[in-house]
Design a protein around this ligand. Sequence first.
Ligand SMILES: [Zn+2]
Length: 285
Amino acid sequence: MTNCPICGSSSTRFFTSLNTPYLARDENYRIYTCSNCGHGVAVGRQDDQYLAEIYSDGFHHSTQQDTNDLSAPIYVNARQRVQWLTSMGLSGRLLDIGAGKGAFVEAAQAAFSAEGVELSEEAAAEARSRGIPIQSGDFLAKEDDQTTFDVITLWDVLAGFRDPRRVLAKCRDMLKADGTLIVTVPMVDSFVAQALKRFWPLMIPPVNLQYFSRRSLEVLGRKEGFELVGFELPSKKVAANFLCSKAFRSVGLFSFAEFLGKAVPAFPVSLNTRDIACVTFRRTV
Ligand SMILES: [Zn+2]
C-alpha cells in the first residue's frame, strides 16, 4: 500500500504486479491505482543507487537512439514535435529535460534558443561534442535557476521520477510567468493499459514509476501552479525493429526480442495506441 503521490489519497487499490529484469536482476513491483484521481504508482525497488545504475551510460544505447540516420524515428519525432510547438505560437528559450543525446534539442534550435539537461554524463558529452548544448546532471539538484524559460519539455521522462509534484514545482520555478510546460506520459486509464495490465508495453518499472490518468494530470498541474490547457493522444513514429522487439519482450521472450531488435530493419512505423498523452500546462502562479 502507498499514498497517491499526486493527490495524497490513502485510498489505493492493487492494479497488477510484475517482475522486471533490468540489470539482469529480477525486481518485483506492485502497481497501485488511486481511487480518487486514478493515478497509478509502482511500489518496489527505486533507491538512488539502483536508479543510478539503471540510468548509467548504457541506457541511451537503445535501438531508437543509437543512430546517425536523420530518417530514424527519433529524428522524425523530434522534427514533428518542434513543428507542433511552433504551430502553437511558442518561441523563445526552451529547456528539454532528460534530453538524452540531444536529438530534440538539435531540431528545436531551428525555432528556439534551445538547451537540455541529461542525467547521463556520456549522453550529454556526446551531444556537446556535436555542438548541442546539453548539461549533465540531475535537474532537480540544480540551484542556478533563473526564471527565464518560455518552454520546458519532458518527452517520456516524467513517469520515471519518484515525485512528479516536485518536478512540476521545479519547472514552475524555471518558467516565465506565462510559460508553457509540455509532458508526454503513459496513461493507465487508457484501454490498452486496462486490458493488458502487466503485459502493457509501458508497464516498465522502475523506468516508469508513475502511470497517469486524465484526472491525475489535472490535479498535478493545479497543485503545482499550472493549468492543463492541452491534452492529446498523438501517434508516434517508432522503429520497426524496436516495435517487434518490444512486443516479444512484453510477453517474456527476451532472447527472441533481442534477435528481432537486430534482424528487423529500423524503418519508421506510425503507431497510435492512445496510451501516451501529450499534455500542455500553462503556468498560472
Ligand atoms: Zn490520487
